[in-house]
Design a binder for this molecule. Structure first.
Ligand SMILES: C[S@@+](CC[C@H](N)C(=O)[O-])C[C@H]1O[C@@H](n2cnc3c(N)ncnc32)[C@H](O)[C@@H]1O
Length: 220
């Protein structure tokens, strides 16, 4: 098997067959968590001393690579479940020499539950809307994930979508977990940055929904 260094020098490849699959670092800044494995809690220790911001559902990383360049004082983590897309983010990290962006190829819920370090803020940009009613069960922003976000995110979570029914469902799902409250719902956020899907939907004239949820602080 190739060493991590050799893998880095060529390109990322999954180094085992389906039956031997396990969570593994394919490069120093790339964690691969295959689907359908038995997990053991193993929280990443990353970006010592820096605040951490996580983006779930990063796609090919348009938004998060821009953010990492813009804000080098933050340690950024991109979580994307499709390997070829996560690999594209890693290639950008290599090309741009971004020392403050770590990539995880994983299902968002599994990563939050077993591997994620504590972050200050999380972002979910254009999660798949699964528009057909019978597919709504696949939507990420539902109570199980929102509960895991309590262990991951100390401050706030921002969800961005062009899909109004999904935005309304997200508001409803967050309201079921009493530790979260809706801080803002806006349709303009000029400094937020853009992503592949954001550009696509804005050029098609769609309205964008930016939802920010904050932790409710209980008096001791
Ligand atoms: C519509 S794309 C948005 C990509 C990017 N955020 C953007 O705005 O251009 C949704 C992305 O979320 C990823 N995704 C969907 N469900 C996921 C999950 N459960 N965990 C991690 N990534 C997921 C998909 O593979 C896809 O790349």
């Amino acid at each position: 098997m190739k060493t991590a260094k050799e893998l880095c020098q060529s390109s990322l490849r999954i180094p085992f067959s389906w039956k031997d699959r396990r969570a593994v670092f394919l490069a120093p800044e790339f964690l691969y968590v295959p689907p359908q494995i038995e997990h053991q809690e193993s929280r990443l220790l990353l970006f010592e001393g820096k605040p951490i911001f996580i983006e779930f559902c990063s796609g090919t990383g348009h938004w998060i690579t821009d953010r990492a360049k813009e804000r080098s004082e933050i340690g950024w983590i991109a979580v994307e479940k499709k390997f070829e897309r996560a690999k594209k983010i890693w290639e950008k990290v290599q090309k741009e020499k971004l020392a403050n962006l770590f990539i995880v190829c994983s299902d968002a819920l599994e990563f939050a539950k077993w591997y994620s370090p504590k972050a200050l803020s999380a972002f979910i940009n254009f999660p798949d809307p699964w528009p057909k009613r019978r597919h709504h069960k696949h939507r990420l922003i539902q109570v199980p994930f929102i509960q895991e976000l309590l262990h991951v995110t100390a401050r706030e979570v921002t969800c961005v979508t062009d899909d109004l029914p999904y935005a309304l469902q997200a508001i409803q799902e967050f309201s079921k977990v009493q530790e979260w409250k809706l801080l803002s719902h806006k349709n303009e956020w000029p400094s937020y940055g853009s992503s592949f899907f954001q550009d696509l939907w804005v050029s098609g004239g769609r309205k964008i929904h930016y939802l920010t949820f904050g932790r409710v602080l209980h008096e001791a």
